[in-house]
Ligand binder design. Sequence first.
Ligand code: SAM
Length: 340
Amino acid sequence: MSSYEKTLDVIFGRWKSQTLYAGVRLGIFDSVSSDSKEAALVAKEIGLDDALAYRLLRALASLGFLKEESGSRFSITTQGDLMRKDHPHTLRGIILLEEGPEHYQIWKHLPKMITDGRQNAFVREYGHGAFEYAERNPEYAEVFNQAMSSYSRIYTQWVLEAFDKYDFSNIQHLCDIGGGHGHMLSHILSKYPHMKGSVLELGSVIRNKELLWASKMGVGDRCQYIDGDMFREVPSADAHIMKLILHDWNDDECIKILSNIYNGSSDGGRVFIVEHLVPDPKTPHFSKLFDMHMLCWGSGRERTVEEYSGLLQKSGWNYVQTLYPGNGLIGIIEGAKSKP
Ligand SMILES: C[S@@+](CC[C@H](N)C(=O)[O-])C[C@H]1O[C@@H](n2cnc3c(N)ncnc32)[C@H](O)[C@@H]1O
């Protein structure tokens, strides 16, 4: 791509993701299948205006999510399949959250926040931080929690890959702090049958038992869900893991969480921090873009290994190592309670 094409691609990036959002929101990908179907029939099935639905389907085809054939007929592509509700690695939850109304609104505060140095877009727009807003808006909370499971469908594989050579024999009890519906922990328990686990979460997130992964994954007898607050106290365990937690919070808040984990660990205890790790200045990386989202969403940020290592040290932990999956999109930082 030329510089012009690359730049235009960025300029029109939101048009693409909003087009995809509309398709997912309206249920297009659960109506169109691999056998081609007339646009008018899709529109009728899911209650859309014929003419406008055709234009949306055509745009989705132009982006590669559908295939348009003559006679206004459409079929789904491999890319479109990833937007279906029933795809095992569906990305549907992610688009519904990241292009949904709340996350769309908060980005508009980015230039002003950078001018005045106050990182609080959610508060500017809605009067509360994101987690408080979720407590008051069940619809956002549902979309948010589904999106976390949707992200996990990709990230859990990377975590398992990064841990592939790790010796878990001394870890009998692993606690996932802010573990959502338990997707990652259930997969870890499934791979390492000697372990039991617990998920520490806000009560509102784990209330609906049908959404929890442990029983769906057949590890319900080894996995406990605990309603609690990581800023107050964490359950004791041989090791604690956190995926995409510390990037939600500022340094002081991270030190509070890491110190609480330290207090809940026995000597030799471990902590695993799973995050997008910012690489050296010369390397373009998804973490540098995700950092803009964190700037808009809450008080957090993406950090380098050195920055996480500094937070560990300030909370009493010793940095041990960083493990990466092959694609390097995330990393797992290991800390130990005593000298490694
Ligand atoms: C960005 S999500 C990550 C969820 C999960 N670790 C994952 O990767 O899918 C942050 C999680 O932290 C949980 N959380 C927020 N505040 C918390 C608190 N004070 N104590 C425990 N969990 C909390 C949220 O409910 C949410 O599930």
